[in-house]
Design a binder for this molecule. Structure first.
Ligand code: URA
Length: 195
């Protein structure tokens, strides 16, 4: 099976195993992820919002527009990266995802990363950071790449603030832009370490 077929299988498994049935009932679409299956960078957000639920594509609303601008600032397009969320159905009224919901989707997120094999995983906001970097505070660790191991898998995780949080907060916005500007050098360094 190629990478697309393997990802399609993940979506089928989430449906067939009826993961988070309450969310599945209220959501219009399963938002599995979007972008380049050979990407060097995978971005992970929180959960789909209204626009994402309607279109079945992550980060297509205001936070997505800001993310696209930040990608452009480092000469990347959405087609260069892969993007997904920890929770793959929209929580009603955009409430925060519950711990059980994040836990239920976590194995599928890990499978996605095993298929794509990125050089760098960028978590956007605390909800996607917390399972990779437990007990860390985003305000203290943002912008610092962390090498982690889970079982057989080694990952480099870069925690960033969520673009929706930064959108209307000038200080956070500048911090996120500054962290973003360091992304190309971080990926280069990982490649050199792995060469
Ligand atoms: N915020 C997220 O965390 N994910 C999306 O897909 C959209 C907004």
């Amino acid at each position: 099976m190629d990478k697309q077929q393997l990802l399609d299988q993940i979506a089928a498994d989430i449906r067939n195993k009826n993961i988070c049935p309450d969310l599945a009932k209220t959501a219009k679409n399963l938002v599995i992820g979007d972008g380049n299956l050979n990407a060097e960078i995978v971005f992970i957000g929180e959960a789909p919002g209204k626009n994402e639920d309607e279109q079945g594509i992550p980060f297509v609303g205001a936070a997505g527009k800001f993310l696209n601008e930040m990608l452009a600032s480092i000469n990347l397009a959405r087609s260069d990266i892969y993007i997904t969320n920890i929770v793959k159905y929209r929580p009603p009224n955009n409430r925060d995802p519950l711990p059980d919901e994040k836990r239920a989707f976590w194995p599928y997120l890990i499978k996605q990363l095993q298929i794509i094999q990125p050089k760098l995983v960028v978590t956007l906001g605390r909800h996607s950071m917390e399972y990779f970097l437990p007990n860390q505070k985003i305000s203290q660790v943002h912008g610092e790449p962390c090498h982690i191991t889970f079982g057989q898998d080694k990952l480099v995780v870069l925690p960033l603030f969520h673009p929706a949080a930064a959108l209307y907060n000038g200080g956070l916005r500048q911090t996120l832009l500054d962290d973003f500007a360091r992304l190309p050098a971080i990926v280069e360094k990982i490649k050199q370490e792995q060469a």
